[in-house]
Design a protein around this ligand. Structure first.
Ligand code: PLP
Length: 816
């Protein structure tokens, strides 16, 4: 805990406003994540796309009273606050982290390298947490901000620190080093990641090695470090005898690898439950550290056998009885609990919050302290119902909670025996437990039982794609995200929650029912409904949706409805017909429309827009500009009648990229969010959001001349191996893919569809895929098999394939 005065001295700040002493326990820069405002210090950070100064008032309203800013603010609005002004807010955050770091004298391992940082850090944690009370970077917090927040977690009862440092250009490591101040260094490898930021590999290496300037020992591959640092500092590993840890043999078996090494003249053997190169390399890095720390050889052997994959992804899925399930069934510590609760909060609006937790394992603080911290987090995140599993949690936690309904079980088995699905209804349920409790069994209870075809949605990729578009959208232009048709098949409410979290300005849906679903799920971003009709007026008004008015008929009917409800200034959007010939007012109707709107206080025209017919096609660019010109004329006429200004918008995803001049006041971003660049300019680095995957139900050997599937259309001309896949046209896998048109990805190879597609199943020819097995994963589209390409096999476009995945296919959401 620090006083504001002390921190002011550390960062050389000046008080713009000084209230008096205040104690600081938390560092904050995101008003959406404020938990303990009274003891938080808020940093008004400026990033490429945002400026924390814009959120100062929000932070104040939420109870923050201590701020660090870099531009003068109107202090009148911040009574009883301390406001410090500095030149660079990020630098101040880093100075505070570095200052905090200086209070601790236990060893700190700084980990850098191109790949594997997080895995090595997490594995060291798995391997060492019984000997040490570790403090480590959460998730992959390794950036200029992430490192500051990680180091801030250091406490006096820890006795070993593990921090990651990641850089993407020269000059960044100095700050990270000042914060981490590692006494032990570890570099994993040097790969291609972020090559573009550096002039050469050598430059990249020497930048990374700056992390270790004051370290007493540095671990790393011999090939990489030889001659690069003072020999007396080095602890190298490699396949040459001169390495400190000489790897003499690596033997791969079906599901494990045996590694033999020589260290200080003695042979060391470990077995790891992995067979891939990266895991072997990462395990060797960890082995060096354990040997150096003097961990007993028998202990080392035992620990490596039990290494488990680092899956930092939280899984969100729809479960029984309209529940949402957040699956985090592989870790139980307070840092990851906070991350999981944060995610739950982002996704849960409207749903009651429930948590199922096992005993937690964190050494170093007393059990009472630990369970008090857990109780406080549950309380802060408004968990209403708690199920504890394990002796400690059940005995110690209840003393620290108020108003939480707690049920305790000694073991998972006890819980399974008493489980009744009717006890859970419309809740978001966090399932989080230490690995050894085997909470997978609990997760299974909540899963809706369906066949094994799933559409996997990567929510991080969605957020990434939005950011990519923000780079090329003018700073003053608003963004409406199109989430019609179940967010292009990806799931309306889940997608909308993420977009709302990232401050999207508007959401767009096709029909009122889609909008109602969003509001019911707790969305409070304005929603535009493109296809309003009389029968939906009531839900539109009840749920505060904003309809598009595209004809005089609709205008007068909606007006009558508003009159009847005695409502005025209801927000609407006006659609103009400029060449799509779908919906909208013709140019010739606009004088009349303008005068009707002008003399009427029932409506408030929030925006005027039109839709481009061929924004992705270069051959049609002249027509696109003609549409834009007509739209411009239309806006001029309407603005002439309407006394206030309204937003103008015409661009969809392809136009944003291909016609930046048409971005106007707002753009309507659709398919691009889901990772597809329809304009084919490849100026954006989009990530795939949706993966449709299934499994092989059965393998069959057939003889040359045999036929496959209905009506015997698929005849094989050689002895073949045929796989039956659990997906059919009822899942949205079109019959167009039949008879060799479509292909699926199995073990990295394309397998052609053979015969006609059935309702629930499809057969593919896997004769040429070595090692194929029943149960193997099959990618229908996703990373490695572009949905564009899949669409072309069925003579259609990605939009149709994505929105066609039927509702019986379970959606699973990932968040890293
Ligand atoms: C669907 C839709 C969009 C989004 O189009 P994308 O090509 O997916 O970006 C924009 N505006 C309107 C009116 C739409 O119907």
């Amino acid at each position: 805990m620090y006083t504001v005065q002390e921190l002011c001295n550390v960062i050389n700040g000046t008080f713009l406003l000084q209230e008096g002493e205040a104690n600081i326990e938390h560092l904050a820069f995101d008003t959406r994540r404020l938990q303990q405002p009274a003891t938080s210090l808020f940093f008004a950070l400026k990033t490429e796309h945002n400026d924390g100064h814009k959120f100062l008032v929000t932070a104040y309203k939420k109870g923050v009273r201590n701020f660090i800013v870099s531009t003068a603010v109107d202090t009148i609005q911040f009574t009883h606050s301390n406001i410090l002004i500095v030149e660079d807010v990020l630098a101040a955050l880093q100075q505070i982290a570095a200052h905090h770091r200086k209070h601790f004298h236990y060893p700190v391992i700084g980990i850098t390298g191109s790949n594997g940082k997080t895995i090595v850090k997490e594995w060291l944690y798995q391997l060492l947490h019984e000997e040490y009370n570790l403090v480590r970077s959460p998730k992959s917090f390794n950036s200029q901000i992430g490192v500051a927040l990680s180091v801030w977690l250091m406490r006096h009862d820890n006795n070993l620190g593990l921090f990651e440092a990641g850089i993407s250009k020269p000059g960044e490591m100095e700050q990270l080093k000042a914060m981490i101040q590692p006494t032990i260094g570890l570099i994993t490898n040097l790969g291609e990641a972020h090559d573009e930021g550096f002039t050469s590999r050598d430059q990249k290496l020497s930048e990374k090695l700056k992390l270790f300037e004051d370290a007493k020992i540095v671990f790393g591959p011999l090939d990489l470090l030889k001659g690069k640092l003072d020999d007396s500092l080095l602890f190298t590993w490699g396949y040459q005898e001169e390495a400190d840890l000489f790897i003499s043999s690596i033997q791969r078996f079906a599901i494990r690898t045996a590694i033999t090494a020589k260290y200080k003249g003695k042979e060391v053997n470990i077995d790891i439950p992995f067979t891939d190169d990266a895991s072997i390399e990462n395990a060797i890095s960890c082995l060096g550290v354990l040997l150096h720390l003097g961990i007993d050889e028998a202990v080392i052997k035992k620990r490596f056998v039990h290494l488990h994959p680092v899956d930092m992804r939280l899984q969100l899925m729809h479960g029984i009885n309209e529940c949402l399930v957040v699956n985090d069934s592989y870790s139980a510590d307070t840092v990851s609990l906070k991350i999981a609760l944060d995610f739950m909060q982002q996704q849960s609006s409207g749903l009651r919050r429930t948590a199922i937790l096992s005993d937690f394992f964190e050494t170093g603080r007393s059990k009472e302290d630990l369970y008090e911290v857990i109780a406080r987090l549950l309380q802060e995140y408004k968990v209403e119902k708690l199920i504890t599993i394990g002796k400690e949690m059940g005995e110690l936690l209840p003393a620290f909670t108020r108003n939480i309904d707690i049920r305790s079980f000694a073991t998972v088995e006890d819980f399974l025996l008493e489980f009744r699905s009717s006890l859970f209804y419309k809740e978001i349920i966090l399932i989080k437990g230490a690995r050894k409790f085997g909470f997978e069994r609990i997760v299974q209870l909540f899963e809706k039982k369906m066949h094994q075809t799933v559409l996997e949605i990567n929510l991080n990729a969605l957020a990434h794609n939005l950011k990519e578009y923000k780079h090329i959208i003018n700073p003053g232009t608003k963004i409406m995200a199109m989430v019609k048709a179940f967010a292009y098949g990806s799931g309306g409410a889940e997608i909308a929650s993420v977009l709302q979290y990232h401050n999207i300005d508007y959401l767009g849906v096709a029909y009122a029912d889609e909008g109602v679903e969003l509001i019911k799920a707790g969305i409070n971003t304005p929603v535009m409904v493109m296809n309003a009709e009389e029968s939906s007026f009531q839900s539109i008004v009840d749920y505060n949706l904003q309809p598009v008015i595209f004809s005089f008929e609709l205008l007068s009917k909606f007006k009558a409805y508003l009159e009847q409800q005695a409502m005025i200034e209801y927000p609407v959007h006006i659609e103009i017909e400029t060449g799509m010939n779908r919906l909208g007012f013709a140019l010739t109707e606009l004088e009349e429309l303008g005068s009707k709107l002008a003399g009427d206080n029932r409506f408030y025209v929030a925006s005027v827009f039109s839709h481009l017919a061929a924004s992705e096609e270069q051959e049609q660019d002249a027509f696109t500009f003609l549409q834009a010109q007509r739209f411009d004329e239309a806006c001029t006429i309407l603005q002439h009648h309407i006394s206030y200004s309204f937003l103008r918008h015409i661009s969809n995803s392809a136009a944003i990229v291909r016609h930046p001049g048409l971005q106007m006041d707002m753009v309507r971003l659709g398919i691009g969010l889901y990772g597809i660049e329809t304009g084919h300019k490849e100026v954006l680095n989009l990530q795939v959001v949706a993966t449709l995957r299934s499994t092989i139900a059965q393998l069959k050997k057939v003889k040359a001349g045999d036929s496959i599937s209905y009506n015997r259309r698929g005849v094989v001309h050689r002895d073949s191996l045929i796989a039956t896949i659990r997906v059919g046209y009822a899942d949205g896998y079109s019959r167009q893919f039949g008879n060799g048109k479509g292909n699926m990805l199995i073990r990295g190879k394309l397998a052609p569809v053979i015969g006609t597609i059935c309702m629930d199943m499809t057969m593919v020819d896997v004769t040429d895929i070595p090692g194929v097995k029943e149960g193997d994963e099959v990618i229908i589209f996703g990373p490695g098999l572009d949905v564009e390409k899949v669409a072309s096999w069925a003579n259609t476009i990605p939009y149709e394939i994505m929105t066609g995945v039927s509702q019986r296919v379970k959606r699973i959401y990932f968040h890293e």
